[in-house]
Design a protein around this ligand. Structure first.
Ligand SMILES: Nc1nc(=O)c2c([nH]1)NC[C@@H]1CN(c3ccc(C(=O)N[C@@H](CCC(=O)O)C(=O)O)cc3)C=[N+]21
Length: 285
C-alpha cells in the first residue's frame, strides 16, 4: 500500500485563507501589513525564492518591498539599510535572504533586525525565547512542519522524533518544537555513526540534511511519518528532497513530497508571522 501524501500546497492554502482574512481586517483599521525582503547579490535560486515570497504577499493583500543590493555591498551599508527598515512604520516584517555574500557576517546582520520585525525567527533573542517556550516568531520551516503534522492529525506526544540535520534554521529548532509537544527527540547529523540504527527507531522522521535522495527505505520504520525538508537538485537538475520518495513510499504511513510539501508551508508561515507582527504593532500602539 502506498503512503498517505501530506499536501503542503493544500494545507498552506487553507492557512493562507485565514491569514488573508486577518490582513483584510487590519486594512479596515487602516493598517496594511508590510514585509521587506532584503536580497544581496544575484544568486539565481535566491532571486526565484524572493519572487515567490513577493507574489504570495500580493495574493493575500499584503504589501511587500524588495530591497535589492549589489553583491559588493559592504556589511556596514547592509546594516544601515536594516536600521532604516527597523524604523519604518509601514514595514512590519524584515527578511534578509540567506545565504549572504562571504564578506558579510550573517550573525551580525541577523542580530541587527529588530526582534519585533524578525518574522524569520532567526535572531538570537527570537531563538532564545523559542527555547524558553516564550511567545515569539517561530522559524518558518519548522513552524510549517508543525502545522503539517497538526493538520494531518498526527499525534506527537509520546512519539519518538528523529531529526537528521542540525542547522540553526531547521534541524535545531525543529527538535525543540517537537520536544515542546512532548515528543522524545533524537538529533542525528553527518558525524552520527550507523545512521539507520537511529532513524529506524523514528515514529516521526525529519530529513533536513540537504543531500538529494539521501534517506532510503533502509532508514525508515514501517508506519513512520516522514517529513522531507530538503530542497535539492538531482543529477538531471530536477527539484528533489532529502528522501528517496519512491523508495520510502509504501513503508511510511505518511510522507511529504518535494515540491508541494514543506516548501509552500515555509512561505505560508512567513505570511502568518508578518500579519502577526502587524497585529502586535496595532495592539501596542
Ligand atoms: N532569510 C531566509 N529565510 C528563508 O526562509 C529562506 C532563506 N533565507 N533562504 C533560502 C531558503 C529556502 N526557502 C524556501 C522557501 C520556499 C520554497 C518553496 O516554496 N518550494 C516549492 C518549490 C519551489 C520551486 O519550484 O523551486 C516547493 O517545495 O513546493 C523553497 C525554499 C526559504 N529560505
Amino acid at each position: 500500500m502506498s503512503s498517505a501524501i501530506i499536501n503542503g500546497k493544500e494545507i498552506g492554502q487553507e492557512i493562507r485563507i485565514s491569514v488573508a482574512d486577518r490582513v483584510a481586517s487590519l486594512k479596515e483599521k487602516g493598517l496594511t501589513p508590510g514585509l521587506a525582503v532584503v536580497l544581496v547579490g544575484d544568486n539565481q535560486a535566491s532571486a526565484t525564492y524572493v519572487k515567490n515570497k513577493q507574489k504570495s504577499c500580493e495574493e493575500i493583500g499584503m504589501f511587500s518591498e524588495l530591497v535589492k543590493l549589489p553583491e559588493e555591498t559592504t556589511q556596514e551599508a547592509l546594516l544601515e539599510q536594516i536600521e532604516v527598515l527597523n524604523k519604518r512604520e509601514d514595514i512590519h516584517g524584515i527578511l534578509v535572504q540567506l545565504p549572504l555574500p562571504k564578506h558579510i557576517d550573517e550573525d551580525t546582520v541577523i542580530a541587527t533586525i529588530a526582534v519585533e520585525k524578525d518574522v524569520d525567527g532567526f535572531s538570537p533573542v527570537s531563538v532564545g525565547k523559542m527555547m524558553l517556550g516564550q511567545e515569539t516568531f517561530l522559524p518558518c520551516t519548522p513552524f510549517g512542519v508543525m502545522k503539517l503534522l497538526e493538520y494531518s492529525g498526527i499525534e506527537i506526544a509520546g512519539k519518538h522524533a528523529v531529526i537528521v540535520g542540525r542547522s540553526h534554521i531547521v534541524g535545531k529548532p525543529m527538535g525543540q518544537l517537537l520536544l515542546q509537544k512532548d515528543a522524545t527527540v533524537t538529533y542525528t547529523h553527518s558525524k552520527t555513526p550507523d545512521l539507520p540504527s537511529f532513524t529506524k527507531q523514528a515514529d516521526i522522521l525529519i530529513a533536513a540534511v540537504g543531500r538529494a535522495n539521501f534517506i532510503t527505505k533502509e532508514h525508515v520504520k514501517e508506519g513512520a511519518v516522514v517529513i522531507d525538508v530538503g530542497i535539492n537538485r538531482d543529477e538531471n537538475n530536477k527539484l528533489c528532497g532529502d528522501v528517496n520518495f519512491t523508495d520510502v513510499n509504501g513503508i511510511a504511513s505518511h510522507i511529504t513530497p518535494v515540491p508541494g510539501g514543506v516548501g509552500p508551508m515555509t512561505i505560508t508561515m512567513l505570511l502568518f508571522n508578518t500579519v502577526q507582527a502587524a497585529e502586535n504593532k496595532l495592539a501596542n500602539q
